[in-house]
Design a protein around this ligand. Structure first.
Ligand code: TRP
Length: 407
C-alpha cells in the first residue's frame, strides 16, 4: 500500500521504528543519521530508494558474556541492521581486544573472553552468511597502523577533554591525590583509546556507527580525526555518522537506580544472555521493587517497577506490531500485582533469549573449538582486505607508499 507522506516524514519512509534516531540535541543531530538518508522522491512524490551502499562498523570489548542491558542496548540493534541491510551494504563487527588491554588483563582470561564474545555475537544471530564480517581487532594490523598515523595529527588538548580515561583512573584511585597519581596511573594506551577507536572506524570507511549514548564523544573525535587527516594530506577518510538507536537504559535488578553492569560483584543484579530459564526466572522474581503493590510507571519514584516495565516493553515485541511503551503497559496492567508483572517479564525475557545459551555453548565447542577460529579467520581476512584498500591510499597520501610511478 502506498501512502502519501508529508515533507517531514518522507525521508523516513521505508525505515523501521528502530532505525529512526532518538531525539538528540541539534549539534548531535547534525552528525547523526537514519540508515537510509538518501531516500528521495520522484515527480509524482513517490518515494524512490536509491542510496549509496552503507558501511556499518561497530565494536565491543571482550568483557565476558554480554548481559541483557548490552543485548537490548546494542547487540540486538546490530542484528536488526544486518537483517535489514541491502546486499551491497557492508557490516563489520569487531571484538576490540586491543581496547581491552588499555586496562590490566590476565592473558588466559582475555583469551577466553574473546572467544566467548565471538560465540555470543554469533549466538544472538550475527551471521557471516547474512553479510556480517566478525573479527578480532588485533587480527587486522591496519587498525593500529592507521592509529599511529592519526595520532600524528590528533590533538592532546582534545584527548585531554575526553571523559572516559578520567573515569577509569578515578576508579582505581579512590584515595585522592589525583594530580600526581593521575599522571602515573594514566597509561598512554588508555589516553589514546579514542584514536584507536577512530582508526577502527575510518580504516573501513564506515558511513554509520551504531553506538550507545556514552560513545557520542568518541564518534565526534573520530570525525575530527578524519577532517584533520583530509585537511593535512588528502581527502580520503570518510567522517562517519553516529547512529544512536532508541536503546533503553536497563537498570540493575538489585539496585534499580544504577545501570545494569558487568562489573558489580552481585551476580543477582544482572542476567547474562546465556542464563538458563530457571536463572532468568529467579533473578526477575527476586528483583528489587518497592513496598507498594500494583503496577504504575514512575521511573523516579518506582525505578524497580519501571525497569521491569521497560524489560517487558523491550522483550514483548517479537511480533511486527508496534511494541507497547512501558507507561502503556502499566495502564494495561493496572489491576495486576507486582508478582504478576514479574511473571510476565520472566516469560518475555525467556522467550527473547530462547536458544542463545544452546547456540553459544555449541559454537564454543563445535569441531573441538576450531570452528570459531575458522569463522574468525574468515572475518579477519575480509576485514584486512577492506582495511588495506584504505591504507594503500593513506600511505600514498602521507608519503609512505610507493606513490604514482614517475615515468
Ligand atoms: N569504545 C567502544 C565501547 O566501549 C568500543 C569500540 C571500540 C567501538 N572501537 C569502536 C565502538 C568503533 C564503535 C566503533 O563501547
Amino acid at each position: 500500500m502506498r501512502q502519501t507522506l508529508c515533507a517531514r516524514c518522507r525521508p523516513l519512509a521505508g525505515l523501521t521504528r528502530r532505525q529512526v534516531i532518538r531525539p538528540a540535541t541539534q549539534q548531535q543531530r547534525r552528525n547523526e543519521s537514519t540508515i537510509s538518508s538518501d531516500v528521495s522522491t520522484d515527480e509524482q512524490g513517490e518515494v524512490t530508494k536509491k542510496r549509496k551502499p552503507n558501511v556499518i562498523f561497530s565494536g565491543i570489548q571482550p568483557t565476558g558474556v554480554p548481559h541483557l542491558g548490552n543485548y537490548l542496548g546494542a547487540l540486538r540493534q546490530w542484528r536488526k541492521l544486518q537483517d535489514d541491510a541491502e546486499p551491497e551494504d557492508r557490516l563489520l563487527f569487531s571484538v576490540v581486544d586491543l581496547h581491552a588491554i588499555t586496562m590490566p588483563q590476565d592473558a588466559k582470561v582475555l583469551r577466553l573472553r574473546r572467544r566467548e564474545m565471538l560465540a555470543a555475537l554469533l549466538a544472538i544471530g550475527l551471521d557471516p552468511e547474512k553479510g556480517s564480517t566478525i573479527f578480532f581487532q588485533s587480527s587486522v594490523p591496519q587498525h593500529t597502523e592507521l592509529m599511529w598515523i592519526l595520532s600524528c595529527t590528533a590533538s592532546m588538548g582534545y584527548l585531554g577533554r575526553m571523559t572516559q580515561w578520567k573515569s577509569k583512573i578515578q576508579m582505581n584511585n579512590k584515595a585522592g591525590d589525583l594530580e600526581d597519581a593521575a599522571m602515573t596511573n594514566l597509561k598512554l594506551g588508555l589516553f589514546s583509546y579514542p584514536v584507536l577507536q577512530a582508526a577502527d572506524i575510518l580504516v573501513h570507511r564506515a558511513t554509520h556507527v551504531p553506538v550507545g549514548d556514552d560513545q557520542r564523544q568518541h564518534l565526534e573525535f573520530a570525525r575530527e580525526c578524519a577532517t584533520n587527516f583530509n585537511h593535512t594530506f588528502k581527502n580520503i577518510l570518510v567522517p562517519p555518522e553516529t547512529m544512536t538507536t532508541p536503546s533503553p537504559r536497563i537498570m540493575s535488578l538489585t539496585h534499580p537506580d544504577s545501570k545494569m553492569s558487568k562489573s558489580t560483584p552481585n551476580h543477582r543484579s544482572r542476567i547474562i544472555i546465556t542464563a538458563p530459564p530457571n536463572e532468568i526466572r529467579s533473578r526477575i522474581m527476586s528483583a528489587v521493587t518497592d513496598s507498594h503493590n500494583g503496577v504504575t510507571y514512575d521511573p523516579e519514584m518506582r525505578p524497580g517497577v519501571a525497569n521491569l516495565l521497560e524489560l517487558l516493553s523491550q522483550c514483548n515485541n517479537a511480533q511486527e506490531s508496534r511494541p507497547l511503551a512501558p507507561d502503556e503497559l502499566a495502564r494495561q496492567l493496572s489491576g495486576a500485582s507486582l508478582k504478576d508483572l514479574k511473571e510476565l517479564v520472566a516469560e518475555a525475557v525467556c522467550i527473547e533469549l530462547r536458544g542463545v545459551r544452546d547456540r553459544h555453548d555449541e559454537f564454543l565447542n563445535r569441531k573441538g573449538g576450531k570452528w570459531l577460529d575458522e569463522i574468525e579467520a574468515e572475518g579477519a581476512e575480509v576485514a584486512r582486505r577492506n582495511a588495506e584498500e584504505t591504507m594503500r591510499m593513506v600511505r600514498d597520501a602521507v608519503g609512505l607508499g610507493p606513490g604514482a610511478r614517475l615515468i
